[in-house]
Design a binder for this molecule. Structure first.
Ligand SMILES: *Cc1c(COP(=O)(O)O)cnc(C)c1O
Length: 446
């Protein structure tokens, strides 16, 4: 197994107040011209990123435990990706695959067919963002089944475009004031083990949702069930064993398309190529984006050939979908994942996170749960002695970490969760340094 190589020193180093003077002056320029609707977690403007390090404009080196929201799985300047991007750009930047096709698009689809779960014949279509992949998966499911309704779940996050936003559960900030929303979207109860009012198994929780689906919609009207195998933005919610396979079996029996949104969980993040593999679930369609191309904007819908081919020629596409630079980056990123065995590294990262943060559960009263798979782990904060969400602590912990040069993201329906999504090429020493800072911050805010 090859080891990652780094261009930048893999060390946390704070040399100014955070943000430093250069970042502050950029913030001033930003205020004048960037929409207030676009917010940033960190005030530090980046000039370089590599491995597990972000370098800001003032020369500070921060530990990156967010990977640009699970995107820079192979690092933010992985050598193979950088070389592939440079070569592709030198050859041609764009032709539009719908006008003049090229090989790298086909290669990405071959890799997707090989890597995604299921041994049946698969085809793909490429797009630019996770939201676009989700929208297109629903279009394909509707076209293939001739039915309108789509089921999504409580706590789901599927993106910010009109249909994706309608499928997303959380009102503020994603939906507030942005309606009206597309119709035929039905939201069902998720299995959120930490927050179930009474103990319930995964199978039972799936049957609870299926019962509602049958009552409120009926399989005859339902095109698809859309689900994140581990919910991301909603709080790194891992449903109990049996939940996903039971939904999958019901879909199969009723000719309903099962769409797995693996935009955040895909490409080695959870310790497998795809999170569905943990329970042997083979979705009919799978949406990927984020980690797919080493930071370049690319997304895909991959699925059963007969579904993907049910769409009339010209029914799918877009000017930039499957851009040649992004496709070249994806081929290099996927090769890097294989060479560096990044799924195994994700498992190891998960073990280290559990080792460092595990002792806080039970000893710090605000820590309600530590959960996740592989390098997708989260801490849910509660008010001591209750299940009441504690967003104030999550926010304070993230702020304390940042002040010490460790970037962590928050998430969750109540904003009470700190999530860890380090680049999978992060070195063990750097990871441990970041986690120690986090552990201290959690103790400090208990
Ligand atoms: C981020 C995300 C999306 C949306 O992807 P964008 O590229 O931001 O449009 C959709 N689904 C899931 C699960 C995500 O995490």
């Amino acid at each position: 197994m090859s080891e990652p190589s780094y261009r930048l020193p893999q060390q946390r180093r704070i040399v100014t107040a955070l943000p430093g003077p250069v970042s502050l002056s950029l913030a001033g320029r930003r205020d004048a011209v960037v929409s207030a609707g676009v917010a940033s977690s960190s005030p530090c403007y980046v000039v370089g990123a590599d491995g597990g390090i972000l370098v800001d404009a003032d020369g500070n080196q921060l530990i990156d435990l967010g990977a640009g929201i699970a995107v820079t799985t192979v690092g933010a300047s992985a050598p193979a990706v950088v070389a592939a991007v440079a070569q592709a750009a030198a050859n041609f930047t764009h032709t539009c695959f719908m006008v003049s096709p090229y090989e790298s698009y086909v290669r990405v689809c071959e890799l997707l067919a090989a890597k995604t779960p299921g041994t049946f014949a698969k085809k793909s279509a490429l797009f630019n963002s996770g939201s676009e992949a989700v929208e297109n998966a629903v279009k394909i499911a509707r076209r293939a089944t001739g039915r309108d309704a789509v089921v999504c779940f409580d706590h789901a996050y599927h993106g910010r475009t009109a249909l994706a936003m309608a499928l997303t559960a959380k009102q503020a900030p994603y939906k507030s004031g942005f309606g009206p929303f597309p119709g035929e979207v039905y939201r069902m109860p998720m299995n959120y083990p930490f927050r179930e009012p009474a103990p319930i198994g995964g199978v039972e929780a799936a049957l609870r949702a299926i019962n509602q689906i049958e009552i409120q919609i009926g399989a005859d009207h339902l095109s698809s069930i859309l689900i994140e195998p581990i919910q991301g933005e909603g709080g790194f919610i891992v449903p109990s064993e049996g939940f996903l396979p039971t939904l999958a079996a019901w879909c199969r029996a009723n000719d309903v398309v099962l769409i797995a949104d693996e935009v955040q969980t895909g490409f080695c993040r959870t310790g497998r190529w795809f999170a569905c593999e943990y329970e042997g679930v083979e979705p009919d369609l799978i949406c990927t984006a984020k980690g797919i191309a080493g930071g370049l904007p690319l997304s895909a819908v991959t699925g059963r050939a007969e579904l993907m081919d049910a769409v009339q020629p010209g029914g799918l596409g877009g000017t930039y979908g499957g851009n040649p630079i992004a496709c070249a980056a994806a081929v290099a990123a996927i090769e890097t994942m294989t060479d560096l065995k990044l799924a195994d590294r994700a498992l190891r990262i998960g073990e280290i996170i559990t080792e460092v943060l595990g002792p806080l559960l039970g000893s710090v009263a605000t820590v309600g749960e530590l959960r996740g798979r592989g390098a997708m782990q989260a801490i849910e904060f509660v008010k001591p002695g209750t299940w009441e969400p504690n967003p104030a602590v999550a926010k304070a912990v993230a702020a304390t970490c940042l002040a010490q040069g460790v970037l962590v993201l928050t998430c969750g329906t109540w904003g009470n969760i700190v999530r860890l999504l380090p680049p999978l090429v992060i070195g063990e020493e750097l990871l441990r340094d970041g986690l120690e800072v986090l552990a201290e911050a959690i103790q400090q805010h208990s």
